[in-house]
Design a protein around this ligand. Structure first.
Ligand code: ZN
Length: 238
């Protein structure tokens, strides 16, 4: 059994529930690699082999060791049954079309971890929000972006089928972390000559909800703005 564990949902973030509802300590019981954001949409989190990195909206990357830090939304897993891959001339377009087609990912959840030199990389980092929290859509309209050329690092994240696009980001949701741990964020676009790594297909989704959070229980999701908001906040540019 290959399980992807998700805490919170994108729909929840869209309904302005940005309070941290799981601690890193609890989250890491469900996976050693993952993606997420901290309370108040504070930056972009990548977890690689039990090490937690957070980029804040100034572009600074922090190695986070305070396990009481909380997250409103995160996906993690313990890697196993990995399929090795090497991809050439790789960008979002190749991952979206050829890669998904070749490995028949369109109806499954999958993890992807690739390493190498990226010729170009553009990331965004969500800025921390204060109460009363705005919607994810509002936050998406003013997010700082950062770019680098010829940078070595790891592209890591998940693929989700389109049908699950309101609980998590449909398609690829990838973050990038440089080998020197100085540059990290949510990938908007990239290209690389060759990247190598592995992917894993999940046959089980463990969706966890913050049922003890009163705001979550009482909030209403505006379904009309949900799709637009998710496209703007979680999309990439290809
Ligand atoms: Zn992200």
């Amino acid at each position: 059994m290959n399980t992807l564990y998700e805490h919170g949902t994108l729909a929840m973030l869209m309904a302005k529930n940005l309070a941290g509802t799981i601690t890193l300590e609890e989250l890491l019981k469900h996976g050693s690699c993952g993606l997420g954001t901290f309370e108040g949409l504070d930056g972009e989190v990548m977890i690689l082999d039990n090490e937690v990195y957070q980029a804040d909206s100034t572009g600074a990357v922090h190695h986070v060791t305070d396990m009481s830090t909380t997250l409103p939304f995160a996906s993690v897993h313990f890697p196993k049954d990995l399929h090795s891959v090497t991809v050439g001339n790789v960008d979002f377009d190749l991952l979206n079309k050829q890669f998904v087609h070749d490995h028949q990912l369109q109806n499954v959840f999958a993890a992807l971890r690739l390493h190498g030199t990226l010729a170009d990389v553009l990331i965004r980092i969500a800025p921390k929000q204060e109460r009363p929290y705005p919607s994810l859509l509002k936050v998406a309209q003013g997010q700082p972006t950062f770019s680098r050329q010829n940078i070595i690092g790891t592209v890591f994240g998940y693929y989700a089928p389109a049908a699950f696009g309101s609980i998590t980001a449909a398609g690829w949701h990838l973050h990038f972390l440089s080998d020197d741990r100085q540059f990290e964020g949510h990938l908007l676009s990239f290209n690389a000559k060759t990247l190598s790594g592995d992917y894993e297909i999940f046959d089980q989704l463990d969706q966890h909800f913050p049922v003890n959070n009163r705001e979550f229980r009482q909030s209403d999701v505006d379904l009309q703005s949900l799709r637009e908001g998710i496209a703007k906040s979680e999309g990439h540019q290809d």
